[in-house]
Write a protein that binds this ligand. Sequence first.
Ligand SMILES: [Zn+2]
Length: 340
Amino acid sequence: MTATTPGLVCAHHHLYSALARGMPPPPRTPRSFGQILEQIWWRLDVALDLELLRASAMLGALEALEQGTTAIVDHHESPTAIEGSLTVIAEACAEVGVRVVCAYGVTDRHGADGARRGLEENRRFLTEGGRGLVGVHAAFTCTDATLEAAAGLARDLGVGVHVHVCEGPEDAAAPDRLAGLAREDWLLAHAVHLPTRPTLPGTVAHNPRSNLNNAVGYARPARLANPVVLGSDGIGAAMLDEFRLAHLVHRADDVTATPDTAWGWLEAGRALVPETAGDEVSWDYDPMDPWHVAFTPGIRPVRVVVDGEVVLDEHGPTRVDAAQVRAHAREQARRLHARL
Ligand SMILES: [Zn+2]
C-alpha cells in the first residue's frame, strides 16, 4: 500500500549543525536564547573547517533524502572557513541527490572583515551560478551598513535574503531595522516575536521543534498574513515530523485548529523550490492526507525520484553508501567535538 507525493521541502535548515549531536556540554548551563547561541552554536560554527562541513552536509542531505525531503533551503555559517563553504554544501547535496538553496549568514560578530567576507561568499557563489539566497544571520548581530549591503546585493542579483527574524527577545529591533529593506522574496526564519501588524514582507519559515528546544515561545504563524512554510532549523529534515509537531503546537494554542493548516504550510514550501513538484516520493502508507499523516507516526518513503532519477529505492540511497556516509560523519564528529 503506497501513495506518491511530490518531494518535501525543508524551508530552513543548518546543514553545518548535523555533527552537533552528542557534542560536549557548554561550561555553564545556558539560561536564555542568547546564551544558547553564545555557548553552543557560536562555539560550534567557529570550530568548523571545510572537511567537517562536507561530512556534516553529506549526513544532513542523506537524512533529508531518507525522509522524502528532496529540497533543503540552507542557512550556513562557518566563520573560520568562509571562502568556498557554499560550494562544499552544494556539492555534498548534489552527491546525495538532494536539491539545495544555499546562503551564507552574514554577520558582524567577527568584525567588519568577517561581514565583508560573508557577503563576498554569497556574491561568489551566486555569480558563479550557484542556487541560493543572500544570507544574513540576524539584524541583532549586524550593523545597519551590513544589512543594507546584504539587501543591496540580493536586489542586484535578483534573489531574496534568508535571515533569522525575531527568533528571541534579543532580536526585538529587527522589524524596525529591516523595514524598508525586506521584500516579498525574503525568507524570514522563526518570526516568533514578529508583530502581526505591521509585519515584514516575505515568507515566514516556522520551526516548531527548534522553537520548543530553545524555549523562545510559540510563533503563532496562523496570525500572520505572510506565506508560512516549515523548517527544521537544523534538527534533521524529517518534514512529516515537523508537520505533525506544527499541528500539535497549533492545536495546543487553539483547540479548533485542524491539520489542514499545518499541511498547507508544509506544501507551501514547494513555492521556494518549484522543481520539487516534479519529484516523486512513494510512501509506505496510503492515503497521504493531513488527517491521516498527523496521527500516523513513522511513515517512510520507499522510493524517491529527483529530476527523473531514482535516488532512493527499497535498499536505501542509490548514489551514496549510507553506512559509509554515517561512519565518516561519526569520525569527523569526534574530531569536531575534540576541538570543543
Ligand atoms: Zn536557524
